[in-house]
Write a protein that binds this ligand. Structure first.
Ligand SMILES: [Zn+2]
Length: 397
């Protein structure tokens, strides 16, 4: 049995860049030594990794754990085909199906942690009907899971800001109780007042020193117009490096050449993007964004909720979806999709000491794969999950 603070010595670990397996020494929640510098001390727990590949802990930079039915009854999908239909359906049914449920949120966090996710950014509904109850339930579940998974909340106005009076002041309260970002949703297509919504959320974020993460489903020209507006607001308010646009389907359909000015604007303002590669929705172009210097994270989006019956919180599988939907076949391209679920996500969450270097937090996953591309393609069962130096999953025994 691995004691809480017992140092850990992993033998025969394969590092992504190396042919030969090596050793990793972990103590006090950090990576203390890699390779030749390392030797087991008496009292270390030793694990023979048998050549398994080492990956950093996975980052789910866009999910909605407050809405999940995970661990609850099967919930048949009843919404119409559009975003507005799903919002209306959720508004009608969510309290009947027990939203928000602390037990289900916790069950999902356990599932995510067991699959190697060590940090998430989750968008929690905030509106006059539910108030801050979703925020409270997620915070309580996260507190119960301290040391296994770290949770950041976005105060998310799923039902709009302008069209739902009272929401803006609740967003403020949500940040005061711990949300690290203010959300937004289709300022034009859903709220029907793009300037009104952007003014409200950028005003709040500046006032409260919080980040911004906006859901943008609006397609085509309407979407592109809003991307440009968000770039403009980011510049005007000095929010460079603190804004994320989630989904941004419009950037998955507009030819890159046409969007060239927009890509430059996103890179200059250091706006991050997230994709979930869901259904037949446009997926953000991984290689184009990488070459343009734009940070792309990925996430599960909704998992088993009133928006969709799908999802399991497995970020290695999600990276596969991102790669597959992007038509990525070469190893170096598939690695970019894994980057979205690891290093790029860590950038969005503002994590320090993330990675596989000496001194980094010991958040890591071992999988039976020969290289990163195979890890994504096969997304095999996790052999070992370590969070803050503590063993979460050990399938070597
Ligand atoms: Zn979402």
């Amino acid at each position: 049995m691995h004691a809480e603070n017992q140092p850990l010595h992993l033998r025969n670990v394969r590092l992504p860049q190396d042919e030969e397996p090596t050793d990793i020494h972990i103590a006090d929640g950090r990576i203390r030594a890699i390779g030749g510098q390392s030797a087991p001390d008496p009292g270390d727990e030793e694990i023979d990794a048998r050549g398994a590949l080492l990956l950093p802990g996975f980052i789910d930079s866009h999910c909605h754990v407050d809405k999940t039915m995970w661990g609850g009854p099967w919930t048949a999908h009843t919404a119409g085909p559009d975003v507005a239909d799903r919002i209306a359906n959720e508004r009608e049914r969510r309290f009947d199906v027990g939203y928000p449920s602390g037990n289900r949120i916790r069950a999902l966090l356990e599932q995510m942690s067991n699959s190697g996710t060590t940090h998430i950014r989750t968008h929690t509904d905030v509106d006059p009907d539910v108030g801050l109850r979703g925020m409270e339930e997620v915070a309580a579940a996260a507190a119960a899971m301290v040391g296994r998974i770290d949770v950041q909340q976005v105060a998310f106005p799923q039902q709009g800001v302008v069209t739902r009076p009272g929401t803006a002041s609740l967003l403020r309260d949500a940040v005061e109780m711990g949300a690290t970002a203010i959300g937004g949703v289709d300022p034009a297509g859903f709220d029907d007042d793009p300037i009104g919504q952007l003014k409200a959320i950028f005003g709040l974020a500046c006032d409260l020193d919080s980040e911004i993460d906006i859901h943008l489903h609006d397609p085509g020209e309407l979407g592109m117009w809003q991307v440009k507006a968000i770039i403009d607001w980011t510049r005007r308010t000095g929010m460079e490096g603190r804004v994320t646009i989630s989904h941004a389907f419009c950037l998955g359909t507009t030819p890159a050449v046409e969007a060239a000015g927009v890509l430059d604007g996103l890179a200059e303002t250091r706006i991050s993007l997230t994709t979930a590669a869901v259904f037949s929705k446009p997926v953000l172009p991984v290689r184009t964004l990488f070459e343009a210097g734009i940070n792309l994270g990925c996430g599960s989006d909704g998992i088993r909720d009133l928006w969709s019956p799908y999802g399991n919180g497995d970020m290695l599988e999600r990276a596969m979806f991102v790669a597959y939907r992007n038509d990525l076949r070469r190893d170096e391209d598939i690695e970019l999709a894994l980057g979205a679920a690891t290093y790029n996500g860590a950038r969005i969450l503002g994590l320090e000491a993330y990675g596989l270097e000496v001194g980094c937090a010991a958040d890591m996953v071992l999988v039976p794969a020969r290289n990163l591309a195979e890890a994504v393609v096969a997304h095999p069962q996790r052999a070992l999950v370590v969070k803050n130096g503590r063993i979460i999953v050990n399938n070597f025994n």
